[in-house]
Design a binder for this molecule. Structure first.
Ligand code: ASP
Length: 439
């Protein structure tokens, strides 16, 4: 059994947090490859090391002094090293970073140092080997990931290391120039390592006890999802739910390696298992609820639309021409609505409407903004009768007007559109009927 374990910034924000992580790793012999983030916030007023590094880069670019901020970072690491009682010195590392800054180091190199230094400390603390991610995570010249070469390099190098720490978030191009993933990208590194060595499990340790049925800012103390499939997760993530970087899913899902989301501050909790498929009966009919505000519905009306061949295609091509992604398209006999994100549409609305007029000659065009979409997702919905009935009666009881309904053909999700001001109440009403009352 081999596990790849990734720890997020809040799990590594102080010596005390490092100690918790050390205990978790030592508790199981299989936790052989460790991927750390940079130190995160110790409390809500704190600043992440990655953000401090970004600040340094910005100051350097503007020709302003940055030494104070660099000193602040040095102190944070020194405190961790001291707190852990390590005999590690990062003097040379900081000297090097300062020199690189002076000779015009790139932004990605600068921000990647948070993970690099944390990896050094982690390796010393655990007594594991240190592998610089720049040598094993490969990017193409256009800064996209070269996944195949990364797997090859990781496989080749990790063979020689029984136990190792590989810092998250960055890698390099063939010419050695450091490239980072987008923010939160250490999740991707963990996933790549797990995939390369075909680990049995990818554990992603964070500060929540798993993926929750609903957003805790909307539903107080929501239940944790015990098992979720990759497809369900993608549906929920697309609608705004997040626990990990979305690009972290593909490397492991493609080969069926499960991900286990765990809480460093509550290691006894089982967390959430994300799997390719499962025979495990979900605890509730639904697996999760997610949603977003900020959609617009553009409705078109035309007599005999149902017989006008090509009408939908022409209407959609107007959106395509202006590079606006269409989210949903509910339709009637003589009407169709196109739902798009307000932020994409706002600036181009007049041009799109003019184009639709020109291409489709509709009798009437209507716009409705401030629409919120709520996705109710669950593999259990397919086999349960009355799901939609319960859903809509819950919304009716909460006096919420449903403006749009869209059920995916896989019966894995039902998406409803409501007015923005009803958004949170709708989520609470759905949670209540499917989870609290659990009929
Ligand atoms: N440290 C980086 C960030 O703050 C990457 C990560 O934590 O995954 O985004």
């Amino acid at each position: 059994m081999v596990k790849v374990v990734k720890f997020g910034g809040s799990s590594l924000s102080s010596a005390e947090q490092f100690e918790k992580v050390g205990e978790i790793i030592r508790a199981e012999d299989s936790r052989r490859y460790v991927v750390p983030s940079a130190p995160g916030k110790r409390d809500s007023s704190d600043t992440k090391v990655t953000d401090l590094l970004l600040k340094i880069y910005k100051k350097m670019e503007a020709g302003r002094p940055y030494i104070k901020t660099l000193e602040q970072i040095r102190m944070r690491y020194a405190e961790i090293i001291r707190g852990l009682g390590l005999k590690l010195s990062l003097v040379k590392e900081f000297e090097r970073i300062r020199k690189d800054l002076e000779s015009g180091a790139g932004e990605m190199y600068v921000v990647s140092r948070g993970e690099y230094l944390n990896g050094r400390i982690m390796a010393a603390y655990l007594g594991y080997d240190f592998i610089d991610a720049a040598n094993v995570v490969r990017f193409n010249d256009d800064e996209t990931l070269d996944a195949e070469e990364t797997y090859r390099l990781l496989r080749e190098q990790l063979k020689a290391h029984e136990r190792a720490v590989i810092p998250g978030f960055y890698g390099s191009k063939k010419n050695g120039r450091v490239v980072t993933f987008s923010r939160g990208g250490s999740d991707i590194t963990g996933s790549l390592v797990a995939r390369a060595i075909r680990a049995d499990l990818y554990e992603n340790w964070t500060d929540v006890s798993g993926f929750m049925v609903a957003d805790p800012r909307i539903v107080p103390d929501p239940k944790v999802i015990h098992t979720i499939t990759y497809t369900e997760l993608r549906e929920l993530a697309y609608m705004g739910a997040s626990v990990m970087h979305e690009d972290a899913i593909f490397p492991v899902s493609q080969v069926g390696i499960p991900i286990n989301i765990r809480n460093t501050n509550e290691p006894e909790a089982e967390g959430t298992m994300i799997v390719e498929r499962t025979s495990r009966i979900p605890s509730y009919t639904i697996t999760g609820i997610a949603g977003m505000r900020g959609f617009v519905a553009l409705s078109l009306e035309k007599d005999k639309m149902n017989t006008a061949v090509g009408f939908c295609r022409k209407a959609l091509s107007a959106f395509e021409e202006y590079n606006i992604s269409v989210e949903h398209m509910p339709s009637g006999i003589d009407t169709m609505s196109v739902i798009v994100q307000q932020k994409d549409f706002a600036e181009k609305e007049q041009q799109v409407i003019a184009r639709i007029e020109e291409l489709c000659e509709p009798d009437h065009i209507d716009l409705e903004s401030n629409l919120a979409l709520v996705a109710v997702v669950g593999r259990g919905m397919k086999s349960t009768r009355g799901t939609a009935g319960r859903l809509f009666s819950a919304l009716a009881h909460a006096h919420i007007n449903v403006k749009m309904i869209d059920q995916g053909s896989s019966e894995l999700n039902i998406i409803i559109g409501v007015a923005s001001e009803d958004f949170e109440e709708a989520i609470r009403a759905i949670y209540e009927v499917f989870v609290e009352t659990q009929v």
